[in-house]
Design a protein around this ligand. Structure first.
Ligand code: SAH
Length: 345
């Protein structure tokens, strides 16, 4: 079965070329209002039936919704094949930011991350990524014109660049003026560092904010926690990121999870600062959200601020990120794992 929200307006027109011209826009609007095919009320019955023979009725179903004491919401969605994925919704002054997943599971194997504990199950299609945005926008009372979701971050489970074609198509769909029209400036893509794909992505003219999950001041430490570091060297990664920043003229962001006793000493802050020079960048520090199964601990908040001050002293812009939704298993993959485990018991 195929996913209707994977189609652009043009592709929808092609699919419905035997229908009156306005039908494509009608179906497209219905989908962009977060509706299942069976819920689009202004379509002839025969057309609905035809669509339902070829396409899944609704690719994303809300399975669970949790609200944190800080207002962050966490969602678990069920896909049409029964797989579960997660999303996080954060409210800011300017609107809502939705964190979307790009894969079921992940095969990158980062030592501190819960998403990849069971490896990769499968890639998401572009429409399955997009429907996360459409369904939550509708849940918030938004429409295609009056969108409630203003920002999207590809920071849920999965490695976006390991699902490159679907992710690029998703970015084109979500930023299209025909659809929900979220500006690339308000979209961040986060990667653990697939250098060849960063280089390819620079040529897509998508100009979204690039975030690199760096988490180490040098090759040796990075290799000890992130298997991808054995494929691409630290210097190759920084160079590809630098080129992206210069080509797109966008500031890039480095994520750095502070892990107690491993990457959080002040001399490591100096070493990190010496690696990050010569292009517009920002470092986001976050004390590691401990994942029991991984046996690693986060640094204290106080220490995180000391690390930040040291970076700033070396001329590197940095902030300590608020940890959001910790009481609802806010870190990547934690909630899905909890539910999968509960179902096993
Ligand atoms: N695979 C992509 C997208 C995931 S984004 C990437 O690696 O960038 C999720 C972010 O949360 C990444 O920066 C990831 O490294 C980080 N992360 C994963 N587990 C974490 C944890 N336990 N504590 C803090 N950050 C974590």
């Amino acid at each position: 079965m195929k996913i209707l929200s994977s189609l652009s307006l043009e592709e929808m027109g092609e699919l419905l070329k035997d229908q009156p011209k306005f039908r494509a826009r009608q179906v497209y609007d219905g989908v962009y209002h977060g509706k299942a095919i069976s819920e689009i009320s202004n379509l002839p019955k025969a057309l609905k039936e035809r669509l339902l023979e070829e396409f899944v009725d609704q690719p994303i179903k809300l399975f669970k919704r949790l609200e944190s004491s800080d207002g962050t919401q966490k969602f678990v969605y069920e896909l049409c094949d029964g797989n579960l994925i997660e999303g996080v919704l954060m409210k800011y002054k300017y609107g809502y930011t939705l964190c979307v997943s790009t894969q079921v599971g992940c095969r990158m194997g980062c030592k501190f991350c819960a998403s990849g504990l069971d490896g990769l199950v499968r890639n998401l299609e572009s429409g399955e990524i997009l429907s996360q945005v459409l369904v939550i926008n509708a849940l918030l009372g938004g429409t295609i014109k009056d969108r409630k979701i203003t920002n999207v971050v590809l920071m849920g489970s999965g490695e976006p660049f390991d699902n490159y074609d679907n992710v690029v198509k998703f970015l084109r769909l979500v930023s299209s003026a025909d659809g929900i029209n979220i500006s690339p400036r308000n979209i961040s893509i986060s990667t653990c560092g697939l250098v060849d794909k960063i280089e390819k992505f620079s040529g897509e003219n998508l100009d979204v904010t690039l975030t690199i999950s760096l988490h180490a001041p040098n090759d040796e430490i990075r290799k000890s926690i992130m298997p991808i570091a054995s494929r691409y060297s630290y210097s190759e990664l920084i160079e590809a990121t630098r080129k992206y920043a210069l080509k797109t003229r966008r500031r890039v962001v480095f994520e750095y999870a502070l892990i107690k006793g491993l990457n959080d000493s002040l001399s490591q802050a100096d070493e990190l600062a010496s690696q990050l020079k010569g292009f517009p960048l920002h470092v986001n520090l976050i004390p590691l959200n401990p994942v029991k199964e991984r046996g690693l601990d986060g640094s204290s908040k106080k220490h995180a601020y000391a690390f930040m001050a040291r970076l700033e002293k070396c001329g590197v812009s940095a902030t300590v990120r608020r940890t959001m939704g910790e009481d609802i298993e806010g870190a990547c993959g934690q909630l899905r794992n909890k539910i999968l485990k509960e179902n096993e018991d």
